[in-house]
Design a protein around this ligand. Structure first.
Ligand code: ADP
Ligand code: MG
Length: 585
């Protein structure tokens, strides 16, 4: 075939492939245009999952009738003029491709009127033919209609999924935009049904973002989330991050906005993930709504046709900033999540909404920074009698061990249940990690070196990460193909059955069964050791040992979850007990 320049309408269709993938992409481009036009109300009407009709109506600035035809031309935009502007884009659009792309793959109509103008204007496109601009009634704002999407591109049309799938994608998209702009009212309607309706934030609302989150995601999200707010130089982050124990099986509650633009940027998502690294149960995903504000000249939004990925000038710094901010917000988390309620009595109490347990009404737990004392299983200190439990101990005084698994403690205003293994595991892990981070793991040389029998490949595995074992406080050496000799261990583990501990830890690491969401080999090793060294079920504890555990939890960061992200303790207040027994009503 001879070389030829492609006809314009074919060029448009090819270009449309990049921005208009499915009905939700149309909604995205149209609503973003409305937001860029300063709209306060955006109404989206959809028929047949978006294939029949998508209509977006706004009360924004409108388009001058004289520019209406131009708005449909390729690379025509009012949002940037020069290379310089591209360096600091503050609008959602700027590439001037959306309208011509849509117009080339649908029956397209746009009606617009400038604010205060005496009349509006409209223009339509179908099958490559543009109608002349015609007058329209003076309704300020812009309405765009996209009908019969992909009617002339059968290849695309085939990729459109079921109505339910497409409308689901549209709903998620509108939710994202609604979360990004609390000051704008949104309404999404599919046929006769209103799928989403949010009001513009009232001027008197002290926290419009919170109100909008509750309206879009339901109040459950914030009820179990932790507020976050941090800034450093040109970047700031604010929003809510879900408690680790409320993590979900799917990553469907993750919202990130950069300068008001919804993004799904890998760098940012990884940073958040890393912030959760040792508090998340394996395979679970945290929920979050995060707003990142950054000097627009330090971020390139033109890295992706749909602008979901960004390029940061100082990507390392932005990543580390976000990671630390999330980690810090999670560290002192003092929440205990709602546990599945099992017994009938508890269910009765739960049935009455006002009588429901308030598991979250916790006495604040002081979070110390100093080194935690070792849990001393042997110290023969008497339990301080049966007086009222001291109010200086938020986790109270141990009363009993239940079923070899739980510690029951009495506090000034109720009782506490502790999962002793989970709690001890966290205490040990935080202790070892702190030492690792400060490079000062107290080690203990063994009087007689200990020989541990392992299989040859297991020994290989250990020696491959010899540096991590060393950093963690071990001194190890291969004695023979099946024997590892241990000369020193972290002091925290000195009293354990070291042979069994090492064999179990090596097996965990080998099978990748460590199941910790811990970052880096050294931390994974510590997590495994902590899990293996922590008191296991059915070990009898004395009251003194139980009290020692409670006191250590009180000074340990992240003591509310074990390394796998499960809660370590729960509280039942006196009020809850009173309610349970219908006292004082
Ligand atoms: P871009 O948004 O990248 O500028 P578009 O093709 O989406 O490109 O839109 C082209 C131009 O049409 C915009 O720059 C804007 O001037 C105008 N426009 C589109 N939609 C609207 C709207 N809802 N309200 C006001 N102006 C609009
Ligand atoms: Mg646009």
């Amino acid at each position: 075939m001879p070389i030829r320049i492609l006809p314009d309408d074919l060029v448009d269709q090819i270009a449309a492939g990049e921005v208009i993938e499915r009905p939700a992409s149309v909604v995205k481009e149209l609503v973003e245009n409305s937001l860029d036009a300063g709209a306060r109300r955006v109404q989206i009407d959809v028929e047949q999952g978006g294939v029949g009709l998508i209509r977006v109506r706004d009360d924004g600035s409108g388009i001058d009738p004289g520019e209406l035809a131009l708005a449909l031309a390729r690379h025509a935009t009012s949002k940037i003029r020069s290379q310089d502007d591209l360096g600091g884009v503050v609008t959602l659009g700027f590439r001037g491709e959306a309208l011509p792309s849509m117009a080339s793959v649908s029956r397209f109509r746009i009606v617009s009127c400038l604010r205060g103008a005496e009349r509006g204007a409209e223009i339509s496109v179908a099958g490559g033919a543009v109608t002349p601009v015609a007058p329209a009634p003076p309704v300020p704002g812009t309405t765009v209609e996209v009908r019969d999407l992909f009617y002339n591109v059968p290849a695309r049309r085939k990729f459109v999924r079921s109505t339910a799938t497409e409308i689901g994608a549209i709903l998620r998209l509108v939710e994202r935009l609604a979360l990004a702009r609390p000051e704008v009212a949104f309404r999404l309607r599919h046929g006769e049904r209103i799928l989403l309706e949010t009001h513009a934030a009232a001027g008197t609302d002290p926290d419009p973002r919170a109100t909008r989150i509750d309206a879009v995601l339901g109040p459950e999200f914030r009820a179990q989330a932790i507020p976050i707010s941090a800034s450093a130089g040109p970047v700031a982050v604010s929003g809510w991050i879900g408690a680790p124990t409320a993590a979900r099986a799917r990553a469907d509650l993750q919202f990130c906005f950069v300068n008001g633009r919804p993004v799904r940027d890998r760098l940012l998502m990884n940073a958040v993930r890393l912030g959760y690294r040792d508090v998340l149960y394996h395979g679970r995903h945290p929920g979050y709504v995060l707003d990142l504000a950054i000097d627009p000249t330090r971020v390139d939004v033109n890295a992706h046709p749909q602008k979901l990925e960004l390029r940061f000038r100082e990507s390392r710094e932005v990543h580390d900033f976000l990671f630390r901010a999330v980690e810090r917000a999670l560290a002192p988390s003092r929440r205990v999540e709602v546990m599945p309620l099992q017994s009938d009595a508890l269910r009765i109490a739960e049935a009455d909404p006002r009588g429901a347990f308030d598991w979250r009404a916790l006495a604040p737990t002081p979070v110390g920074t100093g080194p935690a004392p070792r849990l001393d299983h042997a110290a023969p200190v008497a339990n301080p009698g049966l007086g009222p439990p001291g109010s200086e101990h938020p986790l109270g005084r141990a009363l009993a061990q239940l079923h070899g698994i739980y510690v029951l403690a009495e506090t000034v205003d109720g009782l506490i249940l502790v999962d002793m293994h989970a709690a001890h595991e966290r205490v040990l892990y935080e202790q070892m990690k702190r030492n690792l981070d400060t490079g000062s793991i107290p080690t203990q040389r063994l009087l007689a070196p200990l020989s541990v029998a392992l299989r040859p490949h297991e020994i290989d595995h250990v020696l491959e990460s010899a540096a991590d074992w060393e950093r963690a406080g071990f001194e190890l050496e291969r004695l023979s193909p099946t024997e590892l000799v241990v000369r020193a261990v972290p002091a925290a583990l000195a009293r354990e059955d070291l042979g069994a501990l090492l064999r179990a830890a090596v097996a965990d690491l080998e099978t990748g069964d460590a199941r910790h969401h811990l970052d880096g080999a050294a931390h994974r090793l510590l997590g495994t050791l902590a899990c293996r060294a922590a008191i296991h079920a059915h070990r009898r504890l004395t009251l003194t040992e139980m009290d020692a555990l409670l006191r250590q939890m009180e000074v340990t960061e992240r003591a509310d979850q074990c390394n796998h992200g499960r809660p370590t303790w729960a509280r039942i207040g006196l009020k809850d007990l009173d309610r349970l027994f219908l006292r004082g009503r």
